[in-house]
Write a protein that binds this ligand. Structure first.
Ligand SMILES: Nc1ncnc2c1ncn2[C@@H]1O[C@H](COP(=O)(O)OP(=O)(O)OP(=O)(O)O)[C@@H](O)[C@H]1O
Length: 248
């Protein structure tokens, strides 16, 4: 077990965004998180990465209680994330952006070491042709790869991917999925939030389903796509419900 949450709870005023959520994530697996809009997925990511402190519950990284650790300490432990809205440093080139990631990661790299890590990661995610392009000039698909590269440059043990497939065309989705599976093969544990049902079903070893802040199911992709409660949760969004049933 690399990450464990117990009875996590976080409210915004009267709204309980994450309610009594517990989970255990095994090392070197892909753990998918799905749920309708507003289910609490991003809030849970923010609790895991340390942006928010839960009002109740605890978070453990390899049995170490990290509930009160600030974000930078979690990054040093090896927890890195991408953001739903990609935020590159637009004026800087791709390689400079990734070097920033390397400098703030697990190890205290100097510039030369950071450059080496950045080059490796840029090759790995397929961004080498864009290395000297200003980040602000990239299209969405390349910006998503850059976001992934910046997180990988932290040399994480756990990588949190927040909708890295959103806005990509089917070919780009396939290509990004291949990168994600390669990251897993390299021994990194991945926790991913995704609305694209067939993609998360294909990639994940286990899936946790949230609805209105609560965990309503957890299981293999096949178990989840057969789960009556999950299908009902998605009925407010018939298109997603059909994808879920079709994703069996
Ligand atoms: N900073 C905040 N202040 C107040 N309410 C918030 C805040 N962040 C999230 N919420 C609310 O908490 C609930 C859960 O939001 P969250 O973004 O975690 O859901 P989500 O499952 O990630 O949704 P989506 O799939 O639409 O991204 C929503 O009702 C949202 O409006």
């Amino acid at each position: 077990m690399i990450l464990k949450g117990t009875n996590l709870k976080l409210s915004f005023g009267g709204l309980v965004a994450v309610n009594n959520v517990s989970f255990e994530i095994e090392e070197k697996t892909i753990f998918g998180i799905i749920g309708p809009n507003g289910a609490g997925k991003t809030t849970l990511f923010n609790i895991i990465s340390g942006v928010y402190k839960p009002q109740e519950g605890k978070l453990f990284f390899k049995d170490k209680d990290i509930t009160n650790f600030p974000t930078y300490k979690r990054a040093r432990l090896g927890i890195a994330r991408t953001h739903q809205i990609v935020k590159p440093l637009s004026e800087l080139t791709v390689i400079e952006n990734v070097m920033v990631g390397a400098c703030f990661g697990k190890k205290n790299y100097n510039l030369k070491q950071a450059q080496k890590v950045a080059l490796d990661v840029i090759n790995f995610v397929g961004l080498s042709t864009k290395m000297f392009t200003q980040a602000g000039q990239l299209n969405v698909a390349f910006k998503k790869r850059l976001e992934l590269a910046r997180a990988l440059a932290n040399e994480p043990e756990i990588l949190l991917l927040d909708e890295v497939l959103a806005g990509l065309n089917p070919k780009e989705v396939d290509s990004m999925l291949n990168v994600i599976l390669k990251i897993k093969q390299n021994g990194i544990t991945i926790i991913m939030i995704e609305h694209l049902m067939h993609a998360i079903m294909k990639a994940s070893d286990y899936i946790m389903v949230l609805d209105s802040g609560e965990k309503i199911a957890q299981g293999s992709p096949q178990e989840i796509s057969n789960n009556q409660r999950v299908i009902e949760a998605y009925l407010g969004d018939p298109k997603l419900a059909m994808q879920l049933v079709g994703a069996k």
